[in-house]
Write a new protein. Sequence first.
Length: 345
Amino acid sequence: MSSVDVVVPSYNYGRYLRACAQSVLSQTGVDVRVLVIDDASPDETSRIGAELAAADPRLEFRRHAVNKGHIATYNEGVIGWSTAPYVVLLSSDDMLAPGALERATRIMEADPTVGMVYGRAYRFEDEAQLGGFDAVQRGVNRWTGREWLEGRCRAGHNVISSPEVVVRGTVQRAVGGYSSRLPHVADFEMWLRIAAISNVAYVRGVPQAFYRQHQTNMTRQRTALVDLRERRAAFEMFFERRRDLGTDGTRLHDLARRALAQEALWLACRAYDRDQVRQTAADDLVDFALLTYARARSLPEYAALRRRQRLGAAVCKRTQVFAAPALVRRWRKWRWWRRWEQEGI
C-alpha cells in the first residue's frame, strides 16, 4: 500500500478540525500519517488537536507558541516533516473525499512521470450538503507538464482550490516550499513549479475533496484587481525562477500577461455596462492591463472598452446596447467551467 503524509495547518478552525481529520483517517487503500499544526490559535484548536492525537497514533499534533503565519506552517509540514512517497496539504476547514488518496496514488504508481494528481473539489458550506454528487470515477486526463503549464498561461488563472491535490514526495522536495512573497497565491505558483518538472493528471467524475466556503475564506477577502495583481506576481515569480525555459518560457509568459490583461479589460467593460465605473475601480483595471501587457491596446477587449467609453457608463446601462456580447462571453465562460469540471483544465 502507498504511504501518504497529510499536513493539516490550522488557525482558528478548531470547529472544523474533527471532520477534516476524520476524512483523512478514514481513507482506504493507503497508509496515512497526519500532522496537525496549530498556529497558535486562540480558539479550541489545541484541545481538539490533542484529543485527536490521543485517539489515533497515525495523527501527530503540534502547537506553535507564537503565530508563524500560514506559509511557514505549510513549509514546516510539507518540507520539514513529510518523508512519504506522497504528500497532501489540507486546510483544516476542508475535507478529503472518500477514496481520494487511493485514486491519486494509483495513478502515480502506474506512471512515474506524473508528479501531481488533482480532481474536482466539491464546494459546500455545511456537511449536510455532502450528498448526491457523482461518486463514480469517469476516467483520468493526463497532460505533459508543459501542456498543463500552457493551459494555465492561456487562461491566466488557477483551476485548483488546493485540497484536491496529491503530490509525489520527491517532486515536492525538488521544487521546495511555498513562497512567503506570495501569501495569497503561493499555491498557484507551486502548481506551476510542479508542472515545470513533472506531468499532471486529473481524476474525472468523482470529487477528490470538499472545499468549505465560509466568510473567513482568504479568497473572499480580495477584490478583482487585487486578485489580478497577485496572479501576475505568481507568474512573474515563476518565470523569474525558471529562466531555463528559454524562448518557450518567454512565449508562455507573454500568454499569461495577455490573459490577465484581457480579463482586466473585460471587467472594466462590465463596469461600464453596469454604470459602476468608480465602484469597481475600472480605471485602475485599465492601468493594470496596459502595464501588464505591452500590446493591450491591440486586444479586442480594449476596443470594446473604447466603444463603451465613447457612449458613457450611464448610456451603456440604460440602453444595454452591449448586452448581447456580454451574454456571449458569459456563455463561453459557462462552457469553460463545464469543461473544467469534466476535464480539469
